[in-house]
Design a protein around this ligand. Sequence first.
Ligand code: COA
Length: 259
Amino acid sequence: MELTTIKMEIEEPLGLVTIHRPDKLNALNSAVRQELMNAVDELAQRDEVRVAILSGAGPKAFVAGADVSEFASRTPGEQRALYDRRRVYDALADFPKPLICAVHGYCLGGGSELALACDLRVADRTARFSQAEIRLGLIPGAGGTQRLARLVGPGQAMRLALTGDMIDAEEAYRIGLVEFLVDEGEHLVRARELAERMARWSPVALRLAKRSIRATMETPLSAGLELEKELFLAAFSSEDGREGVQAFVDKRDPEFKGR
Ligand code: COA
């Protein structure tokens, strides 16, 4: 797979995806979106990859938003056609393994929406967030009203989407937009530590736990609890589930195989 705007590395058990357009602050153009989708599809298939991390290259930004110059030349019909296709944000949200976003610098508009589509966010102290679309006469169109409101609550989502204000990492942490706030330059190191802690566990259990928690965005509690029960039973019936329980009884470390 040829990649020109992103980098993908596998350092078992981790898959590392870096958006690599630093001269444009990693702004999301069509190539980045397509290549990101290709990369996560590839990482989904690779059994040796148990957890993935998404980050941005260069000193200034995770992602400074959608590529505004592409917006300028696109007709409404073309924009709709793009929306009708598979979208990178959904590809990230549906990625069947844990996906951690490591954020530094600008994380604006579509960049913030990429972070929202990941499972966890680790931000260093340089991170700056905004849903800046309102400044362009637009609204967030890729989760910045929906996933954002579900993560930080409708009040904070209103405040961010209606003002377009930029908030710093400390405030993003305070309102729950990121789960980890770390020292400058430590975002990738800490994301890796987190990923490695998860990667010890059964890939089956990781996948099922992620699916169950993601379902809370779509389902009422009773339906969610039903789903959780079924997914628990799937974990319970998996080889890894049997192995984990047996290893505990035998007082040894489990050997999870992803089955
Ligand atoms: N789309 C396209 N190009 C972008 C971009 C975006 N969202 N964000 C930055 N770039 C480009 C700049 O045009 C510039 O390119 P050039 O060197 O060819 O002129 C390059 O990235 C560096 O950005 P620059 O503006 O010089 O950096 P800065 O440090 O002075 O300012 C920002 C940083 C983030 C404040 C500023 O780039 C900005 O406002 N970007 C747009 C943010 C935005 O509106 N995002 C989309 C919301 S929907």
